[in-house]
Design a protein around this ligand. Structure first.
Ligand code: DCB
Length: 334
């Protein structure tokens, strides 16, 4: 009897130590597929800011964000629910990027519908203790000035709604290309940033760079003058190699803070590959320079950059068998 009681007390003790350690390390029995909150997210890091080329948390320590980017919100809304985003947190992600296309059936042609979906998605990421990027996903509309008026109205609204929460980062132009030169991006940024700053005085803002957000070296030659800005560099492992890392190196050496707000394991089309060896080089490079990143993309489209296999449904969590080759690779680095 007494022995049984003793065994019982020991069992309870061991169990509570296990639970305690789990909670402290934030890994409380996080089996892949469990839906939960980020363990190194907003509650742990608070408001972010930019010091030199580094992203730092409220305690002044450097912090690296990593997670998935959604595909176009107009096409894959089922991947931005609270459970779907939580599934990436269960693998260790502390960031989620919401790609809200301007063209291709996105915001410009369906303002109220897209705004509703965006709010639901951002709110979902917030409940998962994650940082979340609101991405004004210009692409076919190469020059961000094309929809500058709409961008100002949009960022006024969203910054008013989210300016008081530490979770949100604002990405003002995904990938300028074609006529979207640095001179034009600069002028656009100088029009949009003050609109955001009125409501979100210190939130981190990401600025896209010319040539599908590759020319960070050009931006470094004439950066903007606001604090708490970072500049986007995007890469696709099957297309962009050492030469693009060279541009990032040049930019960092000049003191430009860089954020990899989109990258993929495919070629620049979103398919082809995947290119694991080149991705290895990029991962090493990003670790070395403490670059934050979001991977393209969290969806089940039949293309090699997609993280999930066709028909996978993230609503009840994401099992390893639902991950594509790209998904397995990327999720292992959260
Ligand atoms: C970027 C875009 C992103 C695009 C991916 C892959 O574009 F930010 O929206 O995603 O990279 O191309 C793709 C999707 C497709 C979809 C298509 C159009 O994966 O499913 O049909 O968007 O909405 C890039 C990036 C780099 C370069 C070119 C593009 N580059 N681009 O270096 O030439 O032309 O889309």
């Amino acid at each position: 009897m007494f022995l049984k009681l003793k065994a019982c007390v020991i069992a309870v003790l061991v169990l509570s130590i296990l639970i305690g350690v789990g909670i402290m390390t934030g890994t409380a029995f996080a089996a892949p597929g469990d839906v939960e909150t980020a363990s190194n997210g907003v509650a742990q890091n608070g408001w972010l800011s930019v010091k030199g080329t580094s992203l730092v948390n409220e305690q002044g320590q450097s912090v690296v964000l990593h997670g998935m980017s959604s595909h176009g919100l107009q096409w894959f809304p089922q991947f931005t629910t609270s459970n779907a985003i939580g599934a990436t947190a269960s693998y260790g992600a502390n960031l989620f990027r919401i790609a809200m296309y301007t063209a291709e059936g996105g915001y410009i042609s369906n303002k109220s519908g897209m705004l509703r979906q965006l709010y639901q998605s951002v709110d979902a990421a917030i409940t998962r203790n994650m940082y979340v990027i609101i991405d004004w996903h210009i692409l076919k509309d190469g020059n961000p000035q094309r929809y500058q008026k709409e961008a100002k109205a949009f960022f006024k609204k969203v910054s008013k709604r989210y300016g008081h929460v530490p979770n949100v980062l604002y990405e003002i132009c995904n990938e300028p290309n074609g006529k979207g030169t640095w001179r034009r991006i600069r002028s656009y940024a100088n029009a949009v940033i003050p609109v955001i700053r009125r409501n979100a005085p210190s939130s981190v803002i990401l600025v896209g760079t010319p040539t599908w957000s590759q020319d960070v070296d050009i931006a470094a030659g004439n950066p903007l003058s606001y604090p708490n800005l970072m500049y986007s560099c995007h890469f696709y492992a099957g297309t962009h190699g050492e030469w693009l890392r060279g541009k990032v190196k040049t930019a960092l050496d000049k003191g430009l803070p860089v954020f990899v707000s989109e990258w993929g394991m495919s070629t620049a089309t979103g398919s082809g590959g995947v290119y694991t060896e080149e991705a290895d080089r990029w991962i090493r490079f990003m670790r070395q320079h403490k670059l934050s990143w979001a991977n393209w993309s969290y969806c089940n489209k039949g293309e090699s950059s997609a993280a999930l296999v066709p028909n996978a449904d993230p609503e009840d969590g994401v099992s390893r068998s639902e991950l594509t080759k790209s998904g397995r690779y990327v999720f292992s680095y959260f």
